[in-house]
Every structure is written in C-alpha cells, then in structure tokens.
Design a protein around this ligand. Structure first.
Ligand code: HEC
Length: 111
C-alpha cells in the first residue's frame, strides 16, 4: 500500500516536473535556503561559499560526483568537508517533497 502510494506520488511528481509545475517550489526554496552559500547560480561565489570552500555546482564534473539521492541526503543530513567537519548543515523545515523538488533545481545549475 505504502509503496504503491509512493510510486503514484513519484509519477505525479515527475509529470509535474515535466510541465514545470513543481519548479516554482524548488526554485523558491533554493533562493531562500541554499543561495546564501551556493549562490543563486550555484557557483558558490558567496562569502559563506568561499569560507566553506564550496563546490561549483555549475561544473559538470561536480554534478557527476553525486547522485540524486546524494542531493536529498545532503539536504536532509548535511554534508561534511574533506576534513570531516560539518560544512553544510542539514536544512530544516523542508518536507521530503520539497527536497525532491530541489533535485532538478540543483541539476539545472549545470552549465
Ligand atoms: C551553510 C552553507 C550551505 C547551505 C545553506 C547549503 N549548502 Fe549545500 N553545501 C555546502 C557545502 C560547504 C558543501 C560542500 C561540502 C563538500 O566540501 O563536499 C555543500 C554541498 C552540497 C551538495 C553536494 C553534495 C555531495 O554529495 O557532494 C549539494 C547537492 C548541495 N550542497 C545542495 C544544497 C541545497 C539544495 C541546499 C538548500 C536546500 C544547500 N545545499 C544549502 C554548504 C551549504
């Protein structure tokens, strides 16, 4: 029951994504929650981004270094830097759907 519900949800979500209906949410959350570190364009050329040595999310190599699941995981659990220090805190207040809606937003940063 639960699984089939999730699949239905995913199908609806992907259909909505294809038509762009969900993008507004994702982009709003990106601007509100992510851009202060990653920059609106994803290059990470912000004060915080430079301090944290942030990755350039417009770089195809960087985009290839993580999976869609990793994106959700980074938002949900945060992300440690090379020295094992917590660099990106888990982002609070986003639902699972909000996190999933951010995946295509992150992917769209790729140049
Ligand atoms: C406090 C600053 C900060 C905020 C806010 C932030 N991030 Fe990050 N994020 C980072 C840093 C720093 C890294 C890189 C860590 C490293 O060196 O691998 C990172 C890494 C990532 C990665 C790469 C994950 C991986 O597995 O390599 C993704 C994707 C990402 N962030 C997406 C997001 C999204 C989406 C949001 C908003 C919901 C967000 N970030 C908010 C600082 C931030």
């Amino acid at each position: 029951m639960k699984t089939s519900h999730r699949i239905v949800g995913l199908v609806i979500a992907s259909a909505a994504l294809a038509t762009g209906a969900y993008c507004a949410d994702g982009s709003t959350n990106w601007t509100d929650q992510c851009a202060k570190c990653h920059g609106a364009d994803g290059k990470g050329e912000t004060k915080m981004g430079r301090k944290l040595g942030i990755l350039d999310l417009t770089d195809a190599k960087v985009q290839a270094s993580f999976t869609d699941e990793d994106i959700v995981k980074a938002i949900k659990e945060g992300k440690k830097d090379k020295e094992g220090k917590l660099a990106m805190k888990a982002i609070e207040g986003l639902s699972d759907d909000d996190m999933k809606a951010l995946v295509p937003v992150v992917r769209a940063l790729k140049k």
